[in-house]
Ligand binder design. Structure first.
Ligand SMILES: *Cc1c(COP(=O)(O)O)cnc(C)c1O
Length: 463
């Protein structure tokens, strides 16, 4: 298969959904009406929607079929049994607690284990993970390896954690670190995988200091596939076995079924030991629902139970990782600068290199995201200063993130290579116009997770 450039979809299309490209002047009007925040656009006004790969997957005929057979009983429904069995089989953990999505899992786990002043290390925390930790007065520490902070450095496992940094953090005051996390793949850090060896070493350090390790496992299957193709020791090992080995190094995980569950909604917490499950169960009942549905309908449970297995299909994973890699190549051929190498679920555009005339304070990643919509109806998401810059409460100065990225997330099984080739051409057009693209400023922001609802304005009128 390798001699062909394109690895085709290992499925054929059964149902289609109409999408449409608005005229440019209407796209400009929609941007103004949405205060230049792409989260505020009507989805119907977006042509190619690469805002997120979360909850945007296309379901298979097997998933739709399972939906019809769902059991909507309140307690111990048949659909729960299917869901629990799939989650146990994938993770190897005995205790499964369903939640309606990943951040509910974060909220429950952190609420049970964290107190003010605590510190939680990870390779990189995801935005909602960081916000849920900070909301409790604790600190979220990003300990990704040096290579992971440089968009140009190539490294096969750029999502790895710096184990020495973790060691010195824990050698100091392990009592202020109630647990450690590892995000696989590392979403905020470019969808980059974490090596099995790194997971094992992080696990070793944590165990020595008596600190539990939890995987933020939303994209564990993509991570497992990267391990298979980039670590020769795993070339002949199956995806389910690699995944089990990853989970075996940790004490539990948080999982959003909206990613590698191939579902539109759902998630779970899974633990090796009963004590962690016991610590969150009461809050689960209070906030999400009875512990056999946790905010999901029977239909959601069925879709995720089937999706969890489908996401481990090696042909599917090969197509997915190859499609995203090809997307990265096409973007580069059109003159865009990307975070190297392409991630598992997304390609990240490097806005500092694509729009070098804009200083970081002028929100270049925001400017780039707006330009992609204006020129081609493509929606990506800013992962830069709008999402992560913080004002230091002591000095009043903004602390800027190390990278200004626009993430073009590829929904699972939704877009064809032609959709992505078109998107790459739109990026090429933006590069031709780049001198005319103005910077941005924030005109209103909420106290937390401001990127979702902030209002912005260009520094100069746009036409
Ligand atoms: C999506 C995501 C979450 C949160 O999951 P939701 O289902 O969106 O609430 C947590 N961590 C990572 C790494 C994610 O990508």
């Amino acid at each position: 298969m390798k001699k062909f450039r394109i690895f085709p979809e290992p499925w054929r299309v059964k149902t289609v959904e109409r999408i449409a490209l608005l005229p440019r002047e209407e796209r400009l009007a929609r941007l103004k009406a949405g205060d230049w925040n792409l989260f505020r656009l009507s989805a119907r006004d977006v042509f190619i929607d690469l805002l997120t790969d979360s909850g945007t997957s296309a379901m298979s005929d097997a998933q739709w079929g399972a939906l019809m057979q769902a059991d909507e009983s309140y307690a111990y429904a048949r659909s729960w049994e299917h869901f629990e069995a799939a989650a146990v089989e994938v993770t190897g953990y005995a205790h499964i607690l369903p939640v309606h999505q990943g951040r509910a899992a974060e909220h429950l786990l952190f609420g049970a284990l964290l107190k003010k002043g605590d510190r939680v290390p990870s390779n990189n925390h995801f935005d909602t993970t960081r916000a849920n930790i900070e909301a409790l007065g604790a600190a979220a520490l990003d300990l990704v390896i040096e290579e992971g902070r440089d968009p140009r450095r190539i490294h096969p496992f750029k999502g790895n954690m710096d184990v020495d940094k973790l060691e010195s953090l824990l050698a100091g005051k392990p009592d202020r670190v109630p647990f450690c996390m590892l995000t696989v793949t590392n979403n905020t850090g470019g969808g980059q995988p974490v090596a099995m060896e790194n997971i094992a070493r992080v696990s070793g350090v944590c165990r020595r200091h008596g600190v539990p390790l939890f995987l933020d496992a939303c994209r564990y299957a993509e991570n497992a596939y990267f391990i298979k193709i980039r670590d020769e020791r795993y070339g002949a090992v199956s995806i389910p076995k690699i995944a089990r080995e990853m989970f075996a190094h940790a004490d539990g995980c948080l999982f959003s079924a909206k990613k590698d569950g191939l579902a539109n909604m759902g998630g779970f917490l899974a633990f090796r030991g009963a004590e962690h499950a016991d610590a969150v169960r009461d809050a689960l009942i209070l906030q999400e629902g009875f512990p056999t549905y946790g905010g999901m309908s029977g239909r959601d449970l069925e879709a995720a139970a089937v999706g969890l297995k489908e996401a481990q299909d090696e042909e599917y994973l090969r197509f997915r990782i190859e499609q995203v890699r090809l997307f990265g190549e096409m973007l580069k051929e059109n003159g865009a600068h990307i975070l190297e190498p392409a991630g598992g679920h997304a390609v990240y555009l490097d806005a500092l290199r694509m729009l070098p005339h804009l200083p970081q304070e002028a929100l270049p990643a925001q400017a780039l995201a707006v330009a992609l919509y204006l020129e081609g109806g493509v929606r990506g998401v800013e992962i830069g200063s709008v999402m992560f810059a913080r004002t230091d409460p002591k000095t009043g100065k903004p602390s800027l993130p190390p990278m200004e990225l626009v993430r073009l997330a590829v929904p699972r099984r939704v877009y064809t290579n032609d959709h992505l080739a078109y998107t790459a051409e739109v990026a090429g057009e933006v590069m031709r116009l780049k001198e005319r693209i103005p910077g941005f400023k924030i005109t209103w922001e909420p106290p937390r997770l401001r990127h979702f609802t902030a209002r912005l304005a260009p520094l100069r009128a746009m036409d």
